[in-house]
Design a protein around this ligand. Structure first.
Ligand code: MN
Length: 363
């Protein structure tokens, strides 16, 4: 079976971070919805997917074992690192087999199958309200608006051990598989999801449209959607032309803002340095003559931070030998151009007093 993948993730309209992660690394596809203050959620969802991806690549154990090891990785990091204590993540992963998909699942992200005009949920939510629905306490419609609908009964990384749901579903050409975080299903009803997915011409378009719909409905949570189209043939088409695996939580707009801020700061520093240099003066030597410089007598990596403003008729060598000013190589700093001129005038008088010859006297 040929797999055509589409993926979209968005921070939503309310949250400050995108704690969702996704994996598009054929034959493995997954979404993870992290939780746990500050950076915890982001760390948990990335760590879980990174761990599973490398274990699947290494071919160690079956998918459920790999998920359990990801649980340990997140749990251990959460126990060891105070800054991410108590973090956890959901995980819904699909491992594509020749004519089937192996699904593993923990939490309230979901997998759906759209086949022959019907949308079927392939996973069960590990939530308090999910349990209440199964036991007949409340209806599915009541669960959707229940105040505690997002309370999880199971997540990755919260306990040292985790129970993992596993199932294998046979696939047919024309099937459309959907993996999504609850940021989609909390905002968009299943009827709407079905209508959107059916109308979308391809997997990437379906993913984009679902994220847009969730945002239009309020976007109260991060939204992540992986869409997998099954077709006759073999191979995998990944989203776009670029080898997308995981999008960083930073949006393009934030990156742009950060770049502009960085450039502005760099520009301000340069302008400040230039402003400083323009107000520094010293008397030094240039072409063997005493000269007035603007800037500071320093070079760095081939850059000179000064330039000659005026070359005088005093010979630098005579000044160094016959006056008390000493070496002109290091420069004699002055508070202003006028001060620099006063230093030159003093040198001229000192030279005359010492009986030295100036170029004036020589000419
Ligand atoms: Mn969520």
């Amino acid at each position: 079976m040929r797999v055509i993948a589409g993926v979209a993730t968005d921070i939503g309209k309310v949250r400050e971070n995108n704690e969702d992660s996704y994996l598009v690394s054929a034959p493995l596809f997954a979404v993870a919805d992290g939780m746990g203050g500050h950076k915890g959620g982001e760390v948990a969802s990335h760590l879980a997917l990174d761990t599973i991806e490398s274990l699947v690549r290494g071919g160690e154990g079956d998918l459920a074992d790999q998920v359990k090891r990801a649980n340990s990785a997140v749990f251990e990091r959460g126990s060891a690192d105070r800054s991410v204590r108590g973090m956890g993540t959901t995980l819904t992963a699909a491992l594509m087999e020749p004519d089937a998909v192996r699904l593993v699942h923990v939490g309230d992200s979901r997998a759906y199958l759209l086949r022959a005009g019907a949308l079927r949920q392939l996973t069960q939510d590990h939530t308090l309200v999910g349990k209440m629905v199964s036991s007949g306490e409340i209806t599915k419609a009541e669960a959707e608006v229940h105040p505690h609908r997002s309370v999880l009964t199971r997540a990755l990384g919260i306990e040292p051990e985790v129970e993992v749901d596993e199932t294998t579903v046979a696939l047919l050409a024309g099937d459309r598989l959907l993996l999504c975080s609850d940021g989609l299903t909390a905002m968009v009803t299943e009827d709407q999801i079905q209508a959107i997915v059916e109308a979308a011409p391809d997997a990437q378009d379906a993913a984009n449209r679902l994220v847009r719909a969730a945002n239009r409905a309020g976007g109260i949570d991060n939204i992540t959607v992986v869409v997998l189209d099954l077709a006759e043939g073999e191979g995998v088409s990944l989203p776009g032309a670029r080898p997308v695996r995981r999008r960083r939580a930073v949006s393009a707009r934030k990156l742009l803002v950060r770049s502009v801020v960085a450039l502005t700061v760099a520009g301000a520093l340069l302008a400040g340095f230039r402003f400083y240099l323009d107000r520094q003066w010293y008397v030094g030597a240039s072409n063997g003559q005493v000269a007035v410089y603007q800037g500071i007598p320093a070079t760095f990596a081939g850059w000179h931070f000064s330039h000659v403003v005026e070359e005088t008729d005093l010979r630098a060598g005579e000044v160094e030998v016959l006056t008390l000013y000493g070496s002109l190589q290091e420069g004699i700093t002055a508070g202003s151009r006028e001060d620099a001129a006063a230093i030159v005038a003093q040198m001229r008088m000192d030279l005359a007093a010492a009986g030295g010859r100036t170029t004036d006297a020589a000419s």
